[in-house]
Design a protein around this ligand. Structure first.
Ligand code: FE2
Length: 155
């Protein structure tokens, strides 16, 4: 899988987790807890990988995308803040659902924008070989990161 496949697969999986979490009622407390954990894990590792490997590549190869990358980084920060809140919260607490709803709105808008302003330019800037290599680096990085703890701890 090249880098675009890896990132878009993550986007679809994160969107699916958000939809399932939003559709899972209070009675299914254990399922909500597991979905929260899976969501935070996948989204924080995904953001970490983008910040460490994708955005720097783009900034280097295509300096005109700098404003889009800076905006994407800001969106990540806000999403991280919500993940930190959710991390310390039980799914039955009152602010949990509204926080998930706000995170879902932000994440969906971010993915749309990122696809247009980051991923498509990346696809034009790199050769198929380079995209394949970046995809491999992302998969290796994912195995090395594993836990979202460090990412969520840092500001
Ligand atoms: Fe992103």
């Amino acid at each position: 899988m090249d880098a675009l496949d890896v990132l878009r697969r993550d986007h679809r999986a994160i969107d699916r987790l958000l939809r399932t979490l939003e559709a899972t009622g209070q009675k299914e407390a254990r399922k909500r807890k597991q979905l929260k954990k899976d969501l935070i894990e996948l989204l924080s590792v995904h953001q970490d990988l983008e910040e460490q490997a994708v955005y720097p590549t783009l900034e280097q190869e295509l300096p005109t995308t700098k404003p889009a990358v800076l905006k994407a980084r800001e969106q990540h920060q806000v999403q991280k803040r919500l993940m930190q809140d959710l991390q310390g919260m039980q799914p039955q607490e009152e602010p949990f659902d509204p926080k998930v709803a706000v995170l879902a709105d932000l994440v969906r808008a971010h993915f749309d924008e990122e696809d247009r302003a980051v991923l498509r330019p990346l696809a034009r800037a790199l050769t198929p070989d380079e995209l394949g290599e970046l995809g491999r680096r992302l998969e290796e990085g994912r195995r090395a990161i594993r836990s979202p703890k460090e990412y969520l701890k840092a500001d």
